[in-house]
Design a binder for this molecule. Sequence first.
Ligand code: CO
Length: 298
Amino acid sequence: MRPPVASVFWRALCAALLALCLAQPALAAEAKKGAAPKRGILLVAFGTSLPEAVGAIDSLKAQAEAAFPGVPVRMAYSSRIIRDKIAGEGIVRRAPAQALADMAAEGFTEVAVQSLHAIPGKEFHDIIATARALEGMPKGIKKITVGLPLLSTPEDIKAAAEAILQSQPKRAKGEGLVLMGHGTEHPANAAYAALQLELWKKDPAVFIATVEDNPGLDDVILALKRQGLRGVVLAPLMSVAGDHARNDMAGGEDDSWASRLKAKGFAVRADLTGLGSRPAVAKLWIEHLKRAVQALDE
Ligand code: CO
């Protein structure tokens, strides 16, 4: 015969197990009813007002969809100026906050947001702030992760240098390549200098200049002359070949980069291919997205 203490123990254990068995289906049903996880992806580009430049963004979206079959992929533009401009032409692009609010209303519970910006500047930090503000709101999206821009970590910069060079067509002898970055007063502008260093390790005739900050085109003209280069290929260091690439870089106005270089005696060719349309570079953005999706499980 069992001592009374053990008997009480066994009876209690059986009662507990029975209660658990009875409760199990009810608990499972409760969990199901709570909210089946619904996963989505939001890509955030700066945006472009030029229909001929949208292809680069569409192609990144198609690659995201191919990487995650069955996961809905949405698109937002971070630039209000661009959104307002195209709204006048009847094209609606949502701001990141609006896009996330819409996804919450549609019942998405987990969203990986991927920045399609080149550097982690102001636009990117605004995405982080938006994601943090909207994550975990009542009846909202429970988890929001944010994937880094193209040129974020030292590994990114090495990989980008390689991808950019391998996706450039061969240049003639004596021809340099000048990549047009956007440039910003944000500290992330330093990413351009880091990329320049990696590019020079592989090809000393490749230069980065920016439209709006340092280094500028004049710095690069000095370097081109020092190397005795007489020809220049211009290409955008931006996800799309938009207004900056088509006008400020390759345009016919006297102050475009093409005109300024021609005035200095260089032979100039423009390559209007956005980084998003260069498969080796696009792949790096998609790898960042894969990390952001993985982080939803962490
Ligand atoms: Co600009």
